[in-house]
Write a protein that binds this ligand. Sequence first.
Ligand SMILES: [Zn+2]
Length: 151
Amino acid sequence: MKQKCSKCNHEVNKDMKNCPNCDADLTKQRKIATFGCLGFVLIAIIIGIWFFSGESETPQLTDAEKRVQHIENCLSAWDGSHPELEERIKSSLNDEESYEHIETRYLDNDSSITLITKFSAKNSFGGTLKKDVIAEINNNCELIEIIQWYE
Ligand SMILES: [Zn+2]
């Protein structure tokens, strides 16, 4: 492995004691480099401790944040869809296999949650259409009813 003499920048061999170009003491230079390295590790450890001590404090969620978390728990972590509503939509299609979820948004009504699911599917003529379904779920994530279909 090669390294450079910090005094003259001449390339020197790792196990040389003195620089062949300027005769500088290379062992001294290595000690300084090692110390610099240790200093860096020490800083990394301090930052690590500081980071993890901050992390261990349990975050206090506000009621609004808890509510958002509750609603989002009703929806698939994968694509944000509502599984029960999705099953209901699929069962009404000519071609269940062609169903593709696009997005699901929600409106919070406190006592229930309104879902707006956008999806695409093939119709009986083989054309692809996009539809919006508006549905309502209760606070236990259960589907109450489909309110409206939009094309
Ligand atoms: Zn040198």
